[in-house]
Ligand binder design. Structure first.
Ligand code: HEC
Ligand code: HEC
Length: 243
């Protein structure tokens, strides 16, 4: 009986409470979403939301669910928002979608060839091809804005995702190895090296372990001709995973 009573206030939240108010939506967006999706919704760490169609939010119900429950592992749920705030921020996201689509200059076919020529596939898997010391990029275009992709290529250290922690290990023989931390348990630590190799270290033999936060194992491609960069970004932006 008690359970039933405590459930009542939730049931009492009728459709009226879910009416979207765009000024509330804008305020919520700027305080909770802009950090990842950009103040104007054009994207950053999260994808641009200035699109008529959103892959993970095909209808309004899915959109509200994505907002309140999040999209694991990268987008946290906004559990703290009320039903009305969720509806309002969803309405605001839809209003952003009525603004022009993100234009990406460049030729994605040329970009695909460059991806191999420039050695990107030595560290990134795309649709099952390549090696994996860096993150898989098969759906990167659906998860990041073009501006973030560009930045990731030119200045990788500015955009290191949380799960790619670079560490430097000095082993018992005094050799120093840099790599991405892949796995760790009580006794060992595994490091992913460029080219898709892994190396395991027993913790008891490690002399020094340094976490290199804010650094990247990815070389900065800051001397690419502007054309090549445009083409690479166009290619990455076109990678949307299996539909
Ligand atoms: C910590 C960063 C972060 C925050 C904060 C965040 N998002 Fe996201 N969001 C992401 C990422 C990353 C994705 C892509 C997830 C994926 O595809 O796996 C995403 C995806 C989405 C999508 C789906 C886009 C598509 O093309 O399908 C919507 C809609 C969305 N976010 C809305 C919001 C709203 C509204 C808020 C604020 C209430 C918010 N997000 C807060 C990072 C974030
Ligand atoms: C030596 C290995 C290596 C090479 C070569 C390399 N990358 Fe990376 N890349 C990484 C690692 C590791 C990360 C993870 C984040 C970081 O450390 O910056 C990364 C991150 C990225 C990201 C961001 C992914 C995200 O989730 O935001 C993009 C995009 C990217 N690389 C594209 C490229 C392109 C394009 C090339 C070729 C021009 C390239 N990479 C070459 C190792 C590499």
């Amino acid at each position: 009986m008690l359970l039933f009573l405590t459930a009542l206030p939730v049931l009492a939240q009728g459709p009226h409470d879910a009416v979207a108010d765009l000024s509330i939506g804008k305020r919520v967006f700027e305080s909770q979403c802009a950090l990842c999706h950009g103040a104007d919704g054009s994207g950053g760490r999260g994808p641009s939301l200035r699109k008529a169609k959103l892959k993970n939010a095909p209808d309004d119900e899915a959109l509200r669910k994505a907002i309140s429950e999040g999209l694991p592992p990268e987008m946290p749920g906004a559990w703290q928002l009320s039903v009305r705030e969720v509806a309002s921020v969803a309405g605001y996201v839809r209003s952003l979608g009525k603004i022009a689509v993100e234009e990406v200059p460049g030729d994605s076919v040329r970009g695909k060839a460059l991806f191999t020529e420039r050695g990107c596939s030595g560290c990134h898997i795309v649709n099952g091809q390549g090696n994996g010391a860096g993150p898989e990029l098969s759906a990167i275009g659906a998860r990041r804005s073009a501006a973030h992709l560009r930045e990731s290529i030119v200045r990788p250290s500015a955009t290191v995702p949380d799960d790619f922690l670079l560490v430097e290990i000095t082993d018992g023989g005094g050799h120093t190895i840099k790599g991405v931390k892949a796995n760790e348990d009580l006794f060992t630590i595994q490091i992913a090296l460029p080219g898709g190799r892994y190396q395991s270290f027993s913790k008891s033999t490690i002399k020094k372990l340094t976490r290199l936060t804010g650094q990247s194992t990815m070389p900065a491609f800051d001397k690419l001709p502007a054309n090549d960069l445009d083409n690479l970004v166009a290619y990455l932006a076109s990678l949307r995973g299996a539909e």
